[in-house]
Each structure stands twice: as structure tokens, then as C-alpha cells.
Design a protein around this ligand. Sequence first.
Ligand SMILES: [Zn+2]
Length: 92
Amino acid sequence: MNPRDEYELDCSAVIADVWLMLDGECDTTTRERLQHHLDTCGSCLEAYGIEEKVKSLLSRKCGGERAPDTLRDRLKIEIRRTVVIQQLDGDV
Ligand SMILES: [Zn+2]
């Protein structure tokens, strides 16, 4: 087993955190966790094509600016699709 797995955040957990962040307040702990994962993993969100959106959302939302509903809706759709795909993969 890769020892990095012990402290590296699971990519699906990151997606779940993004989801939470979309619906909730800007949580510093969640934000730092996401930021750290993006810095160290750098492939999961990119693979979903939402890395840049999430990054801008992190800075914008935590800068006191609310994410536009259009971006919010788009992210929700993409994240939901991603989660569904991962669940399907997990069953195989
Ligand atoms: Zn990842």
C-alpha cells in the first residue's frame, strides 16, 4: 500500500468537500484542505475539468464574493456526474 494514502486526501472526498463548500459558508478548514489537496494532487479536479473553476471559487468565495449561480449550477452538475461515475466504478 502506498504510504502517501494515509495522509493524502482521497480525491472523492475532495469532490465531496467542494460540494459542501458550494452549499455552505466559507469554512477555513475545508478551504485549506482543498487548497492543499489541489497543490499536492493536482490531477483529480483537472481530470474532471473543474480544477480552474474550483480554484477561482475558492478564492472568490473566501474573498467575500458569492459564487455566481451559473457557475454554482454548472459545478453541481459536473460534480454530481463525477460522483455517479465514481460510484459506478466502485461497484466493478
Ligand atoms: Zn486528487
